[in-house]
Design a protein around this ligand. Structure first.
Ligand code: ADP
Ligand code: TRP
Length: 331
């Protein structure tokens, strides 16, 4: 049986880009045959988040967002990384077998240095913890975005160093994982309110559960020009259509596009299109928004759910941790 595993950092409120680009494909992937492991990488977020109340809130938000949007905790083991301390033990063992050069070559680390961030040791060590996350569960396949591919390759290297040193013929200590780079065509690239890629770091995002006045205000920011509704336009050049395309069915989308292309009497203006987008977003997430409220209203149940996930995850990680302790002579 194939074991799929992936993690998400609780580093902010999740936006429509995260939904179409990551959350929805993640949830759909759990329908494939195999075992599915999903966790909230809160230890990883500690490399950047410095506000304990905020970190607690973000962990809860990410958990509630995935569950409200349909992650089935029966189908996928879902837990909080820091509830499985075995990964930090495995990370230490891996780190002792890995050269500093390997970590110095990490793009994510080099990018942060280049951006002038004064790195803490955690940021440098981040790929080792990520390798432990993957190896602790004997994962076969790690579905990731492009920016994480190198981290999975580093995991393969670290598993290799450890196995070469301590594994026996035909009996590796760690299972070698493969990354699965999701087919770009399946992953929508969602534009933000300024037309650039939607991203936390650009401040151009729309929170998945935004609604009412705040949602209207956000959508109104989508850039338009002063051309009147009657003037024929190419809908494919308008950001509002990139967003509408994510929500409307083909027939309705085609209809709006045809009207905009034709112009004249009866062609919708930008305000009209934006209103349709607001309604479509409200409707698309209505059920999930209600589930989110329910989940937030019962924090004890959410804690129980994450604890159940952690228990399953931990039982698995313990076996691998014990294997590694024994292999290197610590038991
Ligand atoms: P951000 O750019 O907001 O910091 P992250 O880098 O934390 O987002 O991305 C989390 C996940 O969401 C990744 O899998 C990433 O590919 C996906 N994602 C983020 N922004 C977009 C977007 N605008 N369109 C599609 N997918 C996105
Ligand atoms: N580093 C990943 C990210 O920022 C999150 C992550 C942590 C992860 N550990 C992992 C992803 C293990 C996949 C497997 O998105």
């Amino acid at each position: 049986m194939t074991t799929f595993l992936s993690g998400i950092q609780p580093s902010g409120y999740l936006h429509l880009g995260n939904y179409f680009g990551a959350i929805r494909p993640h949830i759909r992937a759990t329908e494939q045959p195999g075992e599915h492991f999903y966790f909230i990488a809160d230890f990883h977020s500690l490399t950047t988040v410095r506000d304990p109340e905020l970190l607690r809130t973000l962990v809860r938000e990410v958990a509630v967002t995935y569950l409200a949007l349909g992650l089935d905790p029966e189908r996928a083991t879902f837990w909080r990384q820091s509830d499985v301390p075995e990964v930090t033990e495995i990370a230490w063992m891996l780190g002792c077998m890995s050269g500093i050069g390997l970590l110095e070559r990490a793009h994510s680390y080099k990018d942060k240095l280049a951006a002038g961030i004064k790195p803490n040791v955690g940021l440098f060590y981040y790929p080792v913890l990520m390798a432990a996350d993957i190896l602790a569960y004997d994962a076969d396949v790690v579905p990731v975005g492009k920016d994480q591919v190198q981290h999975v390759e580093m995991t393969q290297d670290m598993a290799g160093y450890f196995n070469n040193t301590f594994g026996k013929e035909g009996e590796p200590v760690f299972r070698r994982p493969e990354f699965r780079l999701e087919d770009e065509a399946h992953f929508a690239k969602v534009p933000g309110l300024d037309g650039r890629k939607m991203s936390k770091s650009y401040g151009n995002g729309i929170w998945i559960f935004e609604s009412g006045k705040k949602l209207k205000k956000a959508i109104n920011k989508i850039p338009t020009d002063s051309r009147p509704p009657e003037e024929p336009k190419d809908p494919d050049e308008l950001v509002v259509f990139d967003l509408l395309a994510l929500f409307l069915d083909d027939d309705e989308l085609g209809d709006w596009k045809a009207k905009v292309r034709a112009g004249g009497e009866g062609a919708p203006g930008y305000g009209h299109l934006k209103m349709r987008l607001v309604a479509a977003i409200e409707e698309h997430f209505a059920a999930a928004r209600a589930r989110r409220e329910q989940l937030l209203a019962d924090p004890a149940e959410l804690d129980r759910l994450l604890a159940r996930g952690a228990e399953k995850a931990r039982a698995r990680a313990r076996v691998v941790r014990d294997r590694a302790l024994k292999a290197c002579g610590l038991r």
